[in-house]
Design a protein around this ligand. Structure first.
Ligand SMILES: N[C@@H](CCC(=O)N[C@@H](CS)C(=O)NCC(=O)O)C(=O)O
Length: 196
């Protein structure tokens, strides 16, 4: 959900945020299923146009509103942005957020035992993910090119979680480009305005 809010913030689009607890013990609120029949977040409305799926929403926001362009126009840069988005969606989110951050950081916060096997199994996948992000990204303050793109918007919420885990330090050895990117991106206004 933060990805969509980051897109709106970066493009300086005004929006109303409606919080929905899809993890509520009582289940997904019934009225939310009319917005998102799969019971997930985010869902988005622009007038009477309703949309769900992050990838569709952020591309619609980029196309439908003025402001900075979040999708590169150069074919190779655009492909790299989409490749990074794909990597984060398919491998990065689950590994870095659920298997490492949630197991290590959230479990401690909630006073429960971390699942060490799950964390250990995630480490090699995390290493591949981080080394690929390092290899594929540019070195100009943003992951791809010299302005913010969907690649940054997908990566930043994941990093905001993952960087809280002690595992991040050894895993990021040799990924100076990524560390440098995160140090810069974490301080953007869009990040502080969308802090959970
Ligand atoms: N493919 C969907 C995935 C959405 C998704 O899984 N959202 C998570 C929160 S980040 C969620 O709603 N989880 C609730 C659940 O798994 O029950 C998208 O990209 O929007």
């Amino acid at each position: 959900m933060r990805i969509v809010r980051l897109a709106l913030e970066e493009k300086q689009v005004k929006y109303d945020l409606v919080e929905v607890d899809v993890f509520a013990k009582t289940g997904v609120p019934q009225e939310h299923l009319t917005r998102h029949p799969f019971g997930r977040i985010p869902a988005f409305e622009h007038g009477d146009f309703r949309l769900y799926e992050t990838g569709a929403i952020v591309r619609y926001i980029d196309d439908a509103f003025p402001g900075c362009k979040l999708q590169a126009t150069d074919p190779k840069a655009r492909a790299r942005v989409n490749q990074i988005v794909g990597i984060l969606d398919a491998y990065g989110y689950r590994t870095l957020v659920w298997d490492i951050y949630v197991e290590r950081v959230v479990s401690a916060r909630e006073g429960r035992q971390a699942n060490e096997e799950k964390i250990a199994a995630a480490l090699p996948r995390a290493a591949v993910c981080l080394s690929e992000l390092t290899r594929l990204s540019d070195d100009c303050g943003f992951l791809i090119g010299n302005s913010v793109t969907l690649a940054d918007l997908y990566a930043a919420p994941i990093f905001a979680c993952f960087m809280q885990a002690p595992e991040a330090v050894p895993l990021l050895a040799g990924c100076e480009k990524l560390i440098c990117w995160w140090q810069g991106f974490a301080t953007r206004d869009s990040m502080s305005r969308t802090r959970p």
